[in-house]
Design a protein around this ligand. Structure first.
Ligand code: SF4
Ligand code: SF4
Length: 226
């Protein structure tokens, strides 16, 4: 588990180095993108819960619990499952297209209280212009390809785990018993709203981005387990 968490941190660092060089409007206190619709993997949730516990902020889980009944986006598939369906020529399941309004249950005074360990779904939400003024984000097509590539790796390293809505996965691993089961690879399918992760079977990189993305792909492939 520690090895997987170290690899996850390495993936985050490589992405942060990449996104740090982008021309973005994103800045502190800009939080329009902090909605209840973020998704993440069980490994990412484990990282967040460990961080909350070691920083004495387990109370944050109560905020998530208090808003458990609220509507939020619940994915029907994962990035690697989608890639695999495309590879086989099968149709993907229909996802909800009307995203729900509202804020992430952790957002406090327009700041993220778990910023250093926020999941990749938050990390990769970037925009060239201020979404608050325009009402939508603007993302370069190459950045979308990079984001998809990183999502594939984040899922790949947690292939024995699950993906789902941020709040659902966080509350799943808020339980010490389920965290232990997850770490021992004995966590059973938690039920509706959770999708088993899948290893990468094919990368979703369009031909026009294959050369440009190679340094990032090499960096991901070059991650060594500590
Ligand atoms: S993605 Fe949009 S709302 Fe989020 S920080 Fe960037 S500019 Fe602000
Ligand atoms: S976890 Fe943090 S960065 Fe992600 S949506 Fe919530 S407040 Fe925003």
């Amino acid at each position: 588990m520690n090895m997987k968490l170290a690899v996850l941190d390495r993936i985050y660092r490589i992405y942060d180095d990449f996104s740090g060089g982008l021309d973005m409007a994103c800045k502190k206190y800009c939080a329009q993108c902090c909605t209840p619709n973020v998704t993440m993997t069980t490994l990412e949730a484990c990282r967040i819960v460990n961080h909350m516990i070691s920083n004495g902020r387990s109370d944050l889980l109560e905020n998530v619990q208090a808003r458990r009944a609220e509507k939020r986006f619940k994915p029907q598939t994962t990035t690697n499952r989608l890639a695999d369906l495309c590879r086989k020529g099968d149709d993907p399941p229909e996802e909800a297209v009307n995203y729900l309004n509202g804020s992430c249950p952790l957002l406090t005074d327009n700041l993220c209280p778990i910023y250093p360990v926020r999941p990749f779904g938050c990390r990769c939400f970037v925009s060239k212009h201020d979404c608050r003024k325009e009402g939508y984000s603007e993302v370069d097509p190459f950045v979308i390809t990079v984001n998809t590539l990183f999502m594939q790796f984040v899922e790949h390293i947690d292939a024995t785990g699950f993906s789902g809505n941020f709040a659902d996965v966080l509350l799943l691993l808020a339980s010490k018993e389920r965290r232990n089961n997850y770490q021992m690879n004995t966590l059973k399918h938690p039920g509706p709203g959770f999708i088993p992760n899948l290893q990468i079977t094919v990368l979703m990189i369009p031909p026009e981005h294959r050369i440009k993305i190679k340094p990032l792909l090499d960096a991901l492939m070059g991650i060594k387990a500590p």
